[in-house]
Each structure stands twice: as C-alpha cells, then as structure tokens.
Design a protein around this ligand. Structure first.
Ligand code: FAD
Length: 426
C-alpha cells in the first residue's frame, strides 16, 4: 500500500529550518523598500546560510550543482519560499533563472554549461527568458522574431514582450524562428544572447504590482533585437527544437509557481483568521459571524485541495515525466490561480480599509496574484488543454451510455430467465 502523505524526518527537518529562516531573516527585508542592488547585497550572506543547509538551487540534480530532491520535495520547499517574493532568490531558485538553468542542463553543450549554467547556479549571473511577443503569447506558432545564419553567426531580429529581468540579466535565452518552412512546432530555435551584444534595446515596463519598476527581484521589459549577432555555437539544443524545450522548461516551473501560491494563500489565510478573532463589531467577533466562518472554512478547504492537487502533479512528474503529467500541470495552474485570488480577496475584505491600505501586505499580494492567471499561459489556454485531453477518452454515441430505457431493455434480455423463475415462484 503506497498511499502516504508524510514527509521523511530528514527532509521535514530541512523544511522546519527553511520555515523559520524565511520568517525571521527574509520577512523583515520586505518592509525596507529595497531596490534591486540593496536587496542583492543584503541577500548575499543569507544565501551562504542556505548553501550550508544544502537547500541552494534545489531544483537541479547533484551532478549539476543542485540537490536532486525531485519535484515533490521541491514542491514542499516552494510552499515555504512562496510566502514572500524575496525568498526564492535567497534560495537560488527564482524564476526565470531556475528554469533557464534547467534548460541549459537539459540541452546545453559542455561549453555552454561552463560559461552560463554554472555561474547562473552559483548566483554570479542573472538570466532572462525571451519568448513572448505581444498579443500572441498564448499561441507561439505566431511568433515572428527570427534569426538567420550568416557567415557563422546568427543574426537576430524581432521584438519580445514582458521579458522578466531582461535589463538586469547577463544573458537572454531567445526563441526565434530559424526554420520558416518547417511545421509550426518545429520553426523556432533557442539562442543564448549575451546582454552586452550590440543591437539590444530595452524598455522597462510598469506593472500593476510595480508601477515604477523598483521591484527588488524582478523587472519586466519590452526588448528589441536589431541585427543582433551571436556565434553559431550559441544555439541551445537542436535547430527547430525550441517549442519542445520550452514545454519541458515550463512544466515543472508551473508546479513551483503553484506551490508558491499555496504558501501565499497560507500567509493571507493566517492574516484573515487573526483579524477575524480580533475584531468585535455589531455585538460579536467577526469570527462569530457566519459569513466570515464560511470564508474561513471555504478558504481552508480550497487551500488544502490546491496543495494536494499540486503535490499530486509533482509526484506524477517524478514518476513519469512532465509530458505525461500535462493534464495535472494545466489543471493546477488555473485552479491554483483562482484559489490564490479568492483567499487574498477574502483576507482583504475581513480587514476592511486596513486590508486595502499599504499598512498590510495584502494589497501587494492581491495585485501580484492577478498576474498568476496570465503568466506561464493564461487560464483559458490551460482549461482548453485539460478539456481536450479529458475529452479524448470519450466517444460520441447517438444514445447515451447511461440511457435508462436502453439499459433496462439490455438488463431485461440478460436476466429474463431469472425474472420469469422469480415471478413463477411468487
Ligand atoms: C508577471 C509576468 C511575467 C512574465 N514573464 C515572462 C518572461 O519572463 N518571458 C516571456 O517570454 N514572457 C513572460 N510573460 C508573458 C506571458 O508568458 C504571457 O503574458 C502569456 O503567455 C500570455 O500571452 P499574452 O500576454 O500575449 O496574451 P495573449 O496571447 O494576447 O492572450 C490574451 C487573452 O486572450 C485569451 N485567450 C488566449 N488564448 C485563448 C484560448 N485558446 N481560448 C480562450 N481565450 C484565450 C486569454 O484571456 C488571454 O489572457 C510574463 C507575463 C507576466 C504577466
């Protein structure tokens, strides 16, 4: 019997350490309004402590400098790290660098790993994943940014949108059309493009949760590539393989997002409950009002369900790989994003105007949570994926399988003899 929801004592101890460390060492940094450089300075000694605990870059195999814990264990760790936007950076597993390191591990040559992956894992470099083009992010088959091989160099042209950390990164991994005549999913390749290459234009974007681009961990940019030249050996993986590689990169990455959302939910839920037992209005505590009790009960159930769904998807990736777990990954992406929104929303409501103010972290959580329904593919696309895959197991029938008159006729034909004997015996 293999159903077991417990965590091995050794790993549980690591999670306990991480929980305490995040709460006592990282939460206080949230209140200091740090810019990117100030945050990196303050994070450096904390990163050393994480390394000593063997929790650094936990997303990669030991051969690649990571810890090789597998997605399920990673999920449990991300639940703790997700409680604050600052923690993943301190633990060396922040997006987009974690996914890019996985990509380099998966498809990089030895030289590419030496030059880009190892320094990325050590936290000496930052990276960006340059894929989306405005208005077509949900349908990468429409991307037009392209690269041509000219005299041993890739010449890259195009415009990318919402590229995380493009301005701060040391290199971009860019998806570009290199095989225009191939079938849609085999047209693009990935290129490693150093940020310092001439021809790269960057425009920092204002975001709903970061209108002035001062977020300590991320910035998001529109990027233009105008005749940007990189050597032929900067191709990552095979020509035409970008789509397949992107799927491999985004699968486990989505699980990490979802588990971080569970962490955010828990933090918001704690605030909701604390406030509910603290405020007395119209003759009783908020926690004694049935509406608030419903919010507590519904939030608790929704968080636990999202957590189990996420862990089950992580477990399936560990067992059979990300491709075979596509339905589970897509399902938790839209389900988790909705739970995240609803729990924070209720926590704000319980706090009233205090929840709407910047005196509480809830308003910032709420604005950031809105993005969860869009990044890594909008909810609608993941719903389509799930529905399509689920519906594949069904065949059309003129008469429904469960049609009672038809089933009754079949049952009568099958049991007629027994029924006649029973009637005769009465
Ligand atoms: C915070 C954040 C960080 C990001 N980081 C990066 C990054 O680092 N690198 C990068 O390359 N990109 C990044 N992105 C971009 C992200 O991948 C895209 O926003 C996402 O894939 C959706 O693409 P789009 O925004 O172009 O939406 P569009 O493709 O323009 O879609 C718009 C809307 O159309 C609807 N829609 C689309 N398809 C369907 C469908 N099949 N059925 C029904 N409705 C549909 C949805 O409501 C969708 O929201 C980031 C985005 C956000 C918000």
């Amino acid at each position: 019997m293999a159903w077991d929801f417990s965590t091995e004592p050794d790993f549980a101890a690591k999670l306990d350490w991480a929980r305490e460390f995040v709460r006592t060492e990282i939460y206080p940094l949230e209140t200091l309004d740090l810019d990117h450089h100030q945050f990196r300075r303050l994070a450096a000694p904390l990163q050393e402590q994480v390394k000593e605990q063997q929790l650094w870059a936990a997303h990669l195999d030991p051969a690649l400098g990571g810890q090789g814990y597998g997605q399920l264990h990673l999920g449990l760790l991300h639940e703790i790290l997700g409680t604050t936007e600052l923690a993943p950076y301190v633990f060396g597993c922040q997006a987009p660098d974690s996914g890019n390191a996985e990509l380099l591990a998966l498809a990089g040559t030895e030289e590419q790993k030496q030059q880009w992956m190892h320094p990325l894992l050590d936290g000496r470099l930052l990276s960006a994943f340059s894929m989306t083009e405005q208005g077509t992010g949900s349908d990468p088959r429409q991307f037009t940014s392209n690269a041509r091989l000219v005299d041993g160099e890739w010449v890259l042209n195009g415009r990318k949108w919402f590229v995380g950390n493009a301005g701060r990164a040391d290199f971009h991994i860019v998806m570009a059309v290199t095989e225009p005549d191939a079938p849609p999913h085999q047209r693009m390749s990935m290129l490693i493009v150093p940020r310092s290459t001439p021809g790269i234009g960057i425009r920092e974007l204002g975001l709903m949760n970061d209108t002035d681009g001062r977020h300590p961990v991320w910035s998001h940019c529109e990027v233009t590539y105008d005749d940007v030249r990189v050597p032929a050996e900067n191709l990552l993986g095979e020509r035409g393989q970008a789509f397949t590689l992107a799927q491999k990169r985004l699968g486990p990455g989505r699980i990490h997002h979802c588990m971080r959302w569970v962490g955010v939910c828990r933090r918001a839920f704690d605030m909701l409950c604390e406030r509910a037992v603290s405020i007395d209005v119209h003759g009783s505590l908020l926690s004694e009002k049935q509406t608030v009790q419903n919010w507590v009960a519904d939030s608790k159930a929704a968080i636990e369900a999202a957590r189990l769904l996420t862990l089950q998807a992580a477990w399936k990736i560990d067992q059979v790989g990300a491709s075979a777990a596509r339905t589970e990954i897509a399902m938790i992406k839209y389900h988790g994003a909705t739970v995240l929104h609803d729990v924070i929303d209720r926590a704000i409501q319980v706090h009233g105007s205090l929840g709407f103010s910047t005196d509480m972290p809830l308003e910032q959580m709420y604005r950031w949570a809105r993005a969860a329904r869009i990044y890594d593919g909008p909810d609608e696309v993941h719903r389509v994926t799930v529905a399509r895959r689920v519906l594949r197991d069904y065949t059309p029938r003129a008469v429904p399988t469960e049609h009672v008159p038809t089933r009754r006729a079949e049952a009568l034909a099958r049991f007629r003899d027994h029924l006649e004997v029973a009637v005769a015996a009465q």
